[in-house]
Design a protein. Structure first.
Length: 88
């Protein structure tokens, strides 16, 4: 199920492929899926935070990255180099 980022507005989808890093989703109109959304892989499973990587309107398919695995993908880059005080 695809949901908005608050976990509301569930709608069905088909996972045609998925891995630890992301998923290929079919059975949806890609233009109607927001750039960031939540995905429930199993009926009682936890929600995964996702970001669309690509969309194919010809095959009603999209590719998504699980952003809850990669915190740096979710946070905007500020351009400031962070220093690790332990490594100094």
């Amino acid at each position: 199920m695809i949901c908005d980022t608050e976990g509301d507005s569930e709608r069905p989808c088909i996972l045609s492929n998925f891995s630890n890093a992301g998923a290929k989703i079919t059975g949806v109109r890609p233009a109607t899926v927001p750039d960031e959304f939540m995905l429930r892989i199993t009926p009682r499973g936890r929600m995964r935070k996702c970001r669309v990587l690509w969309r194919s309107t010809s095959s009603d398919t999209l590719g998504a990255l699980f952003t809850d695995l990669f915190p740096s993908v979710e946070e905007p880059h500020t351009g400031d180099a962070a220093r690790d005080p332990v490594a100094s």
